[in-house]
Design a protein around this ligand. Sequence first.
Ligand SMILES: [Zn+2]
Length: 236
Amino acid sequence: MDEEKATHEEQHGQEEQHTHEHAEHEHGEGAQPRYYYGNKMARIYLQALEDVLGKNGVNALLNLAKLKHLINNYPPNNFEREFPFEDFAALNQALDDVYGPRGGRGLGIRGGRATFKYVLKEYGAMLGISDLAMRLMPLGMKLRLGLGVMAETFNRSSDQVVRLEEDNEHFYYHIVRCPVCWGRKSQTPICYVALGLLQESLAWVTGGKNMSVVETTCIAKGDPTCCFVIDKKPLD
Ligand SMILES: [Zn+2]
């Protein structure tokens, strides 16, 4: 009985500590409005990072990002908007801090690419995309549909805001409110996860065509949006 009580108190103490740490972290972000990813989206990203870095690698990232409370305790698999943009940004900043800007970029892109298969599995039904129906479409239509579905997924299931534009040669995928670089500063675009996710989703909708996707502007360097420019013609 006493032992049980002690264990409970110990756990309770830890919980308090975590909550406190988290509160401090939130407080550090000042009076900015709070925006959230759905739990499922954050959970998927952590799973994808595990595929790339291994479990120990992800745990190290979570430690560095001051997100210890998520170690062996990923967000639940539901659509509730409870995962703060600050935490998502901290996770991506930690990737750059641990592996250096170049390593962080490569791993971020791989993490984004790995995320796509989970997005397809978890959101595919909701999106109502059928591989069969898309197979016969012209390339431009496939790209427009694929990008539209991706934008809608984020707009509908999270506080991330995406806006699409196009001209004769390009699509412009603008992330207007971006959790990847939320509150971060950089001289160059840094939304690698979003880049990888776009690359992989476009490879999927085009049946493996090599499409050029470049992040040309980034809110972290003072631009109004994080803009990804997609050529309408494949590279090869
Ligand atoms: Zn961004």
